[in-house]
Design a protein around this ligand. Structure first.
Ligand SMILES: [Zn+2]
Length: 335
């Protein structure tokens, strides 16, 4: 958690523009995809300085460094990206979902993407900060951080006399607030996809094992962004695999993009939506034209030969026109 070192050029931006907090879907997408690179000059923003997210005079969303901030006519928010995860996924990256046929038919029927809450998933580590036996170390780190924040006042703020005991009570309160906030992360709505240019035999075996009827649908990261176009809170990003014996997950929403290193083979890309804090739902259906979303349906290499025709029939019955093909794993070799 390195400190922020504001330079005169950064202060000049804050002097000229006040943050409006107005973050549209397009701006969030630019902020995620650019991560720390200025949209204008392409340079990475210096590590301990802010980037500026906003809009030019035509309303085009931009993320820029202070040196190119004259292009902004509205500042939505500064971005202190130090320590943030790079979630960016190229728009053209192919992403897949492997599923049993029942789930696929439900999807056709619902005419959209069902996005479940992460706490309904099997993985107990969804939204976890780290390993239970390292909790004391994490608490200690944040208590130290809060102690410093409470006792180091910004210039111009008159010193408040506080006893050691009062400081300890205040820091523990801050830690508890921070933790209860972070428990909400487990309620985040998450749709999981596998990033890969081609098929994965491992994922076929995992999600559509022999003697089951399964298919995989293929789309691109760009389409995942489009699904959430009506929601300014949507995030599409790649998962980071964390060795929890040595590290903790990130803070805030980025935590939902952190999984155990043992799941690295999933090479996951997630579409993430916030859940209602007071009345969280177990999942939400995002209506979307599946003809736009699904570029291809691939039939499991482990399914019986009659199954392909059934898949095509059912797709036709729901008025869809996807490209259906059999798995490349079923291709014949020559010697
Ligand atoms: Zn620049």
């Amino acid at each position: 958690m390195a400190g922020i070192d504001l330079q005169p050029a950064d202060k000049a931006v804050f002097g000229r523009l006040k943050s409006t907090g107005h973050i549209t879907h397009s701006l969030r997408r630019v902020m995620t995809q650019q991560w720390n690179r200025c949209c204008v000059c392409g340079k990475a923003v210096t590590h301990n300085r802010p980037a500026f997210a906003g809009y030019d005079t035509s309303g085009i969303p931009l993320l820029v460094g202070a040196e190119c901030a004259d292009r902004l006519s509205e500042l939505a928010t500064p971005v202190y990206w130090t320590g943030k995860l790079d979630l960016s996924v190229p728009d053209r990256q192919f992403v897949w979902r492997y599923m049993d046929f029942g789930k696929f038919v439900t999807m056709l029927k619902q005419r959209g993407l069902f996005v479940p809450a992460a706490d309904t998933f099997e993985d107990r580590f969804e939204g976890a900060i780290g390993l239970a036996n390292r909790q004391v170390a994490w608490d200690q780190f944040y208590l130290d951080f809060f102690r410093q924040a409470v006792t180091t006042l910004p210039p111009g703020v008159p010193p408040q006399v506080k006893s050691e005991d009062e400081i300890e009570v205040e820091c523990k309160r801050l830690l508890n607030d921070f933790k209860s906030d972070s428990r909400n992360i487990r309620k985040t709505l998450v749709s999981c996809w596998h990033a890969n240019d081609g098929e994965s035999e491992a994922l076929w075996r995992l999600y559509c094992p022999p003697s089951t009827l399964g298919i995989a649908i293929k789309t691109t990261a760009e389409h995942l962004w489009s699904i959430g176009a009506a929601r300014p809170d949507v995030l599409v990003g790649r998962v980071h695999y964390v060795d929890f014996a040595k590290a903790f997950a990130s803070n805030d929403i980025e935590r939902i993009f952190c999984k155990r290193a043992s799941l690295r083979h999933e090479n996951e890309v997630r579409l993430v939506l916030s859940n209602d804090r007071k009345h969280p739902t177990p999942g939400a259906l995002i209506p979307y034209d599946l003809n736009l979303l699904i570029q291809q349906v691939v039939v499991s290499p482990f399914a019986p030969s009659w199954f392909s025709e059934t898949v095509s029939d059912v797709i036709g019955k729901y008025g869809m026109g996807f490209n259906v093909r059999s798995s490349e794993l079923a291709d014949e070799p020559f010697y």
